[in-house]
Design a protein around this ligand. Structure first.
Ligand code: SAM
Ligand code: DTB
Ligand code: SF4
Length: 333
């Protein structure tokens, strides 16, 4: 079982360093720094561990959309809410491959496939394993997010060539029950442990703007930063408000609070790749530039997230040109 509050040594990123447990209070204190001090500290940390001015590109595809039995109150794919999302069966392998080829041609380095499942059956896993091997064969890194995994499933995915498994903690343990009732925080931690034990890179982050307090945001970051080791990849999503979901009218979080969250993730998980994830379509270029300054070094790239929109590829290319951002030479962290 993963535990999270104890001081301990190192994992894969931290071979030469001891990691120290982060208390929620210490993280709240980072949030409370003057904005410029916080961003400067995050950028300094960033430059010690990452090639500056580079941003990794991951493309997303929903391989199985909608009709999910879970009740995550932010999610347009839950069968419990009446949203614009239409339910669709698992996509055929050839269609997935076409999408992956297109993503590669646009410049993506990683291809992430998402399925609206609570957890995959053995047959579903077999079909996804074929997709993973085929996408890997194109020379792309692979990532999937399929819900909770049972014993043995993570090893099967690894054997198929999976590089990353995405499974988000989403929010703090205290706030979790107000957002999702169909699974527990511990269920999430158990899947993350299976992924880690199988030797697959962990992609795990959360969502800002669910109605959580700053302390609860700090609580999420503490959970992530205290995983041993902390995730290789940390997606920070801004809630995409979709009509019909229980959170569709949640008030916006101050954009600077979102940037602070990126900065705090960067400082507490210095070697992780921090992804500026969902919500970019609602952000202007200046806000995205601030996120990169605060230590974000990955984005979802391509015109769609899973069921909602993402900035057009041309628009992202133009932004990268204006900011002098390029892709990392080694994107295998
Ligand atoms: N069903 C699997 C699961 O929940 O792990 C995989 C797919 S699920 C859509 C992946 C992640 O997308 C969620 O954990 C959540 O962090 C994010 N997500 C879903 N809806 C979102 C929304 N409206 N805004 C921002 N992030 C969202
Ligand atoms: C993650 O943290 N964000 C992505 C990915 N992992 C799978 C999903 C964002 C979904 C946004 C809402 C939608 O498009 O359905
Ligand atoms: Fe299902 Fe994942 Fe959406 Fe939750 S976030 S309703 S588990 S697809």
């Amino acid at each position: 079982m993963l535990t999270t509050q104890v001081s301990r040594n190192a994992g894969s990123h931290t071979d030469s360093q001891a990691t120290v447990a982060w208390s929620v209070q210490a993280i709240v204190e980072l949030y409370e720094l003057p904005f410029m001090d916080l961003v400067l500290r995050a950028q300094a940390e960033h430059r010690q561990h990452h090639e500056p001015n580079t941003v990794q590109l991951s493309s997303l595809l929903s391989i199985k959309t909608g009709g999910c039995p879970e009740d995550c109150s932010y999610c347009p794919q839950s069968a419990r809410y009446d949203t614009p999302v239409e339910k669709d069966a698992l996509m055929p392998l050839q269609e997935v491959l076409e999408a992956a080829k297109q993503a590669k041609a646009s410049g993506a380095q990683r291809f992430c496939m998402g399925a609206a499942w609570r957890s995959p059956t053995a047959r579903q896993l077999d079909a996804v394993m074929e997709m993973i091997s085929a996408v890997k064969g194109l020379g792309l890194e692979t990532c999937v997010t399929l819900g909770m995994l049972k014993d043995g499933q993570a090893q099967e995915l690894r054997d198929a060539g999976l590089d990353y498994y995405n499974h988000n903690l989403d929010t703090s343990p205290e706030f979790y029950g107000s957002i999702i009732s169909t699974r527990t925080y511990q269920d999430r931690l158990d899947t993350l442990e299976r992924v880690r034990q199988a030797g697959i890179n962990v992609c795990c982050g959360g969502i800002v703007g669910l109605g959580e307090s700053r302390r609860e945001r700090a609580g999420l970051i503490a959970q992530l930063a205290n995983l041993t080791p902390y995730p290789e990849s940390v997606p920070v999503n801004n809630l995409v408000k979709v009509a019909g979901t229980p959170l569709s009218d949640t008030p916006d979080v101050d954009p600077f609070e979102f940037v602070r969250t990126i900065a705090v993730a960067r400082i507490t998980m210095p070697k992780a790749v921090v992804r500026l994830s969902a919500g970019r379509e609602e952000m202007n270029d200046a806000l995205q530039a601030l996120c990169f300054l605060a230590g974000a070094n990955s984005i979802f790239y391509g015109d769609m997230l899973l069921t909602t929109g993402n900035p057009q590829v041309m628009k992202d290319k133009a932004l990268f040109d204006r900011l002098g951002l390029t892709q990392p030479a080694d994107h295998s962290h």
